[in-house]
Design a binder for this molecule. Sequence first.
Ligand code: PMP
Length: 377
Amino acid sequence: CTSKDVARKVHSQVLLVVIFACRDDPCPVKLNLIAGAYRTEEGKPLVLEVVRRAEQQLANDLSCDKGYLPIDGLADFNKLSAKLILGDDSHAMEDNRVVTIQCLSGTGSLRVGAEFLAKHHEQRVVFLPNPTWGNHPFIFTLAGLSVQYFRYYDPQTRGIDFQGMLEDLGAAPSGAIVVLQACAHNPTGIDPTLEQWEQIRQIVRSKGLLPFFDNAYQGFASGNLDSDAQSVRMFVADGGECLIAQSFAKNMGLYGERIGALTIVCTSKDVARKVHSQVLLVVRPMYLSPPIHGASIVTAILKNSDMYKDWTIELKGMADRIISMRQQLYEAIQARGTPGDWSHIIKQIGMFSFTGLNEKQVRWLAKEYHIYMTYDG
Ligand code: PMP
């Protein structure tokens, strides 16, 4: 920049003020609850045992090199990732109408999908849940799509505003893109029931909307990979189109490896072939080809049945610990006779708690107790 002042302004536009405040707080017991990242009892990032084993295996394998991957990434990784979300018996995969390309974690998968849609989808409007992950509006707007919202959360009931959601989706223009979080909704921790998913599917299909699933937390909601994939599989089973952005940041603890995949389920093999070549043209000028290491770790784990089993056990361990942390927090709040109903803490799912605290209360927690969270609580 031309001056320190301009640099400060640029910086504050890029990151949330609260992140700076936490970073600059010298207090040794400060707590950072801003980022969606799993931490151990000691507040440290967790490297899964199975990931360590996979890395050792890769280090000992002299056939592994550091050459460029193809534009769409590691072929085995793509196939195994698609199977993980679509299921072992996916008809769409059998019919060869599924395109999967390795991307830079969930964010990169969303962005590549958004760029592809901005270039090729006739309807340039995307509907996001209100509220949603803070990065969603930026990802889709910067890709050139126009962002609108559908009702999702009801602060009165601290539950899903299902009627509002159906009304807003019902009023969306035909062909509009709808972002749906597959499970463990960020930030509300509230997911539709399976019956509600079925109603959402019906309205999405009858209105000709295009579902784009953000699948950042598979396994983190229930502890079971298949249960958490049910929403997506319901849509794929009806033979219609959808996009899925998949991340291995949370469920394999591979945050910094930036490993994920974009899957596009098409209506025919012929369409899939065309979509594939067009997605390659989106990726090539953006980053040419994706990184190899994270993809190799995920592939090693997904293709070996022992390692896969060990992964599911560790994943369940993380999910169960989150559930137990919720219970402990709830009980501690109750034990202090805190006014109000706090049952939403244990009703919500996944790693996010939408606490119901307002900005004033959040600021007070940071000032008095060095506990940092986003201003929406
Ligand atoms: N989607 C949602 C809903 C998220 O919460 C996150 C991470 N906070 C992501 C996508 C992207 O995560 P990553 O790019 O690390 O996979």
